[in-house]
Write a protein that binds this ligand. Structure first.
Ligand code: DQA
Length: 154
C-alpha cells in the first residue's frame, strides 16, 4: 500500500514558525515519525512539501494511479484554493485532510475548508501527532474498504 503525504505552504518552516501554536518539531522530524509509523503498518510513504499552488495541484493530480491514499495538509490553501479542490476531485484517491491546529478554534476564515467534504475524514488539533492519527485512520479505512470489496467479489 502506498500513501502520499502532501504538505502545503509554510509547513517547511515548522519548528521555527510560531512554535507556541505549531510546536517545535520540524517537518523533517514529522516526516521521520510518519515513516517510522508507516513502516510499522507495512505501508510505503512518499513525501512532498511545496509553497506553490501549481506544484501542489500537480502532485494531487498525480495521485491518480500512483497512490492508494493520501494525507493532505494544504495549509492556508485549504481555505482558499478551488483549484486544489478540483485536483482532489479529479484524482479520485481517498485522502485524509489534516491540520496541526484545530482550524475551527481559530479565525473564522480558517473554519472553512474546501477539501473537508471530499475527505474520508479530517484530523485537526493534535500538533505533529495529527499526522500519525491521520495515517492510522487512513490505513484502517483503506484496509476495511479492500476487505469489503473482497467480500463482495466472493
Ligand atoms: C494548518 C492550518 C492552516 O489554517 C494554516 O494556514 C497552516 C497550517 C495546520 O496544520 O494547522 O499553514 O494547515
Amino acid at each position: 500500500m502506498h500513501i502520499a503525504v502532501v504538505n502545503g505552504p509554510n509547513l517547511n518552516l515548522l519548528g521555527v514558525r510560531e512554535p507556541g501554536r505549531y510546536g517545535t518539531a520540524s517537518l523533517g522530524d514529522i516526516e521521520a515519525a510518519v515513516r517510522a509509523r508507516a513502516s510499522g503498518l507495512g505501508v510505503d510513504i512518499s513525501w512532498l512539501q511545496s509553497n506553490h499552488e501549481g506544484e501542489l495541484i500537480e502532485a494531487i493530480q498525480a495521485l491518480r494511479g500512483n497512490a492508494d491514499g493520501a494525507l493532505i495538509n494544504a495549509a492556508a490553501f485549504t481555505h482558499t484554493s478551488l483549484a486544489i479542490r478540483d485536483a482532489a476531485l479529479a484524482a479520485e484517491v481517498p485522502f485524509v485532510e489534516l491540520h496541526l491546529t484545530n482550524i475551527w478554534a481559530r479565525e473564522e476564515e480558517r473554519g472553512r475548508s474546501l477539501l473537508a467534504d471530499l475527505a474520508v475524514g479530517v484530523v485537526a488539533g493534535f500538533g505533529a501527532q495529527s499526522y500519525i492519527l491521520a495515517l492510522e485512520g487512513l490505513v484502517g479505512w483503506l484496509r476495511r474498504s479492500a476487505g469489503a470489496a473482497k467480500s463482495v467479489e466472493v
